[in-house]
Design a protein around this ligand. Structure first.
Ligand SMILES: [Zn+2]
Length: 250
């Protein structure tokens, strides 16, 4: 017999903005369940992807995603804490990551480039890669998946992911650095923007033959990508990017 009482579910913090607009301003959502369902499925039926959830409490007790819920219960769903602990086990994510690394979906490709600019290990999907494959790659490589696609984030194999909220790529970068507490780990121009390989400093003499005359003349600090052989130097473009990066770090 299904319970005649509704399940009451209360979303806190920035999870509320993910709910359907007509539910956002309610203090809790009442749901009539025909049969017991996992709390993960219930949360996702209300448009909130499970990787956005930090803690779930039922009648005041923390529970994991597999907990079956029924009518009459009171559920509170809290967002990820800031900074979000991806390197330590939690009740919802008992298998933490072993390092900070990202897979950025094609719908936030510019963010991927900016994360590399800030020095973070970041890959993008191959062209034409399907959602299932993107999710499996993120999990297999131990990467945090960043996307603007909720359905991709709802895939159950994913533990660590974030629905990117900001529209502007620099604001998206600020959003990610804040969420994962990474501002102090920013290491600008330490990674190739093209292929993600860590750069190696070289002297001007080592790359002299490959430089344009003006680059040779005006710049003295160079680095090379051991992955794709691209040469980087600290020019005016570099300065501009550094200023923008510093602006979001304060
Ligand atoms: Zn490279």
């Amino acid at each position: 017999m299904p319970s005649p009482d509704p399940l009451h579910i209360r979303f806190q913090g920035n999870l509320r903005e993910l709910l359907h607009p007509r539910l956002r301003n309610r203090s809790s959502v009442g749901l009539h369940l025909r049969e017991p369902a996992s709390i993960k499925d219930v949360i996702e039926s209300l448009r909130v992807p499970h990787p956005e959830v930090g803690i779930i409490e039922i009648n005041g007790e923390p529970v994991d995603f597999s907990r079956l819920v029924r009518g009459g219960e009171e559920v509170t769903v809290l967002p990820l804490p800031v900074p979000c602990p991806v390197l330590e086990p939690t009740l919802l994510r008992p298998h933490p990551l072993d390092r900070i690394a990202f897979l950025v979906d094609i719908n936030a490709g510019k963010l991927g480039r900016l994360l590399r600019l800030a020095g973070f290990d970041t890959v993008l999907p191959s062209p034409g890669q399907e959602d299932g494959e993107i999710a499996r790659t993120a999990v297999a490589q131990g990467r945090i998946l960043l996307s603007r696609d909720r359905d991709l984030l709802k895939r159950s194999i994913i533990d660590f992911a974030h629905l990117v909220r900001a529209q502007d790529p620099w604001q998206q970068l600020a959003e990610i650095l804040t969420l994962y507490g990474l501002k102090k780990q920013v290491d600008p121009f330490s990674r190739c923007l093209k292929c993600n390989t860590p750069l190696k400093p070289v002297t001007r003499e080592q790359v002299l033959e490959r430089l344009q005359p003006l680059t040779r003349k005006y710049y003295s600090r160079f680095a090379i990508c051991p992955g794709c052989d691209k040469i980087y130097w600290q020019g005016s473009h570099h300065e501009k990017m550094l200023t923008r990066l510093q602006n979001i770090l304060c």
